[in-house]
Design a protein around this ligand. Structure first.
Ligand code: AMP
Ligand code: MG
Length: 339
C-alpha cells in the first residue's frame, strides 16, 4: 500500500471518529431543560449532566402520571373517584401522599387540612366561577370539613360522610420529591426544579456555586423580597396573591382557614419555607400562612431542625429565621428571628 493511500485511510478513520464523537456528545448533552404546564401551573426543569435528556424524559412522564392520579377535576383520577364515591383503591403514590397529608394535618394542628375541598369548591377556586358564600353555607362547610375523616387500610381509602380531599397544598411538594429521586437514579447531581414557583435546587450550578433563588414580593412597590442561596434544598412559597378574586372592593384568596371557612386573614401576605424536604415545606408553607406570624414563629421554634422560613406581613415587615441568615440577602429591611 502506498504512503498516500495509507494517509488517506487514516484521515477517513479520524474524520469518522470525530463525527461519531459529535453525535455521541449531542446525544448525551450536558444540559437539558423543558417547560410544561401541569398541576395548574407552569413548570421549568433544568438538568445538568450527561444523562440529562433521559432523566428529563422520565421527569415529564412522572409529572403527567402524578397529575392524572391526584387531580380533583380529572374524572379518571383516584382522588376524583375517592371524592365522588367516598372510597377508592389507592395506588402506592396516592396512598403515601394521603397518609402524609393526614400526618401534616395533625402536626400543624389542622392549619394544613386536606379536607378543605368543599370550601375551596364553594368559593369557586376549582371552577374559577368565584363566589362569596353566605354565612349559613360557611357554617355548614366548617362543620363538614372539621368532622371529615379518612381511613387508609392497605390500598383502600375510605372517606367519612360528605368529606372530600384537596391535595393542592402538598401535591407539588410530593411531585418535587419524586423528581429528585429520578435525578438521583439517573446520576444527575445538578438541577433546578421549578414547579410553579416551588423550587428545588439539587447540588450546585455547573460552575460549583450555590443556586440563587429570588423570593417574589406580594406587594407591587417591591420586585423581590430578597434572594436565598441554596444547595440540596427547596424554597417553597404560599401567598394569597397567587390566586384570588375581588368582590365589592375586597380581595378573597385561595388559602382557606379551615376553622372559619374564609380565606386566611392571619396578617401574613407570604410565607416561604426553606428545607431539605419539599413535601414538608409545601404542607408547612400553606399551614404557616393560615397560622399567622406569632403562631408560625412558635411552630418554627419547635421544628427549627426541619425548616427555616421567610415571612412577609400586611404591615410590610420582613422576618427571616436565623438558620438562613447567612444565605439570605435583601435591600429591604428585615429582622432575624432567633430560637
Ligand atoms: P399552596 O399554594 O401550597 O399554599 O396551596 C394552596 C392550595 O391548597 C389551594 O389552592 C387549595 O387547593 C389548597 N388549600 C387551601 N387551603 C388549605 C388548607 N388550609 N390546608 C390545605 N390545603 C389548602
Ligand atoms: Mg403548600
Amino acid at each position: 500500500m502506498s504512503k498516500k493511500v495509507l494517509t488517506l485511510i487514516i484521515y477517513v478513520i479520524l474524520i469518522t471518529l470525530l463525527i461519531f464523537n459529535g453525535i455521541f456528545f449531542f446525544k448525551n448533552k450536558a444540559q437539558s431543560s423543558s417547560t410544561l404546564y401541569a398541576f395548574d401551573t407552569v413548570m421549568d426543569i433544568t438538568l445538568n449532566g450527561k444523562n440529562s435528556e433521559a432523566a428529563l424524559h422520565e421527569i415529564n412522564r412522572e409529572i403527567s402520571y402524578l397529575e392524572a392520579l391526584l387531580s380533583t377535576e380529572n374524572e379518571n383520577s383516584e382522588i376524583f373517584s375517592l371524592n365522588n364515591n367516598g372510597k377508592a383503591l389507592a395506588s402506592e403514590d396516592t396512598a403515601t401522599l394521603l397518609s402524609l397529608a393526614l400526618s401534616y394535618k395533625e402536626k400543624t394542628n389542622n392549619a394544613f387540612n386536606p379536607f378543605v375541598y368543599p370550601m375551596v369548591m364553594e368559593w369557586g377556586f376549582v371552577t374559577k366561577d368565584y363566589n362569596v358564600p353566605n354565612t349559613e353555607k360557611i357554617n355548614e362547610l366548617v362543620k363538614t370539613v372539621n368532622s371529615s375523616a379518612l381511613t387508609l387500610t392497605d390500598n383502600k381509602a375510605l372517606l367519612s360522610n360528605g368529606a372530600s380531599i384537596d391535595l393542592g397544598g402538598i401535591a407539588k411538594g410530593y411531585a418535587t420529591q419524586k423528581l429528585i429521586d429520578i435525578c438521583k437514579e439517573n446520576n444527575i447531581k445538578s438541577a433546578l426544579l421549578n414547579l410553579g414557583g416551588n423550587v428545588y435546587a439539587l447540588g450546585t450550578k455547573s460552575n460549583g456555586t450555590k443556586w440563587n433563588i429570588a423570593i417574589k414580593s406580594p406587594i407591587e412597590s417591591l420586585d423581590y423580597l430578597g434572594y436565598i442561596s441554596v444547595k440540596n434544598k427547596c424554597v417553597i412559597t404560599s401567598g394569597g396573591y397567587e390566586r384570588f378574586f375581588e368582590e365589592n372592593g375586597k380581595i378573597y384568596h385561595h388559602i382557606i382557614d379551615p376553622e372559619t371557612g374564609y380565606p386566611a386573614d392571619s396578617g401574613l401576605l407570604s410565607v416561604t419555607i426553606v428545607s431539605k424536604d419539599p413535601i414538608l415545606a409545601d404542607a408547612y408553607s400553606t399551614a404557616l400562612y393560615v397560622m399567622g406570624t406569632d403562631e408560625a414563629v412558635k411552630f418554627w421554634r419547635s421544628n427549627a431542625d426541619a425548616f427555616d422560613c421567610i415571612l412577609f406581613t400586611d404591615k410590610e415587615e420582613l422576618i427571616i429565621t436565623e438558620g438562613i441568615k447567612n444565605d439570605f440577602s435583601s435591600d429591604y429591611h428585615y429582622t432575624i428571628c432567633k430560637k
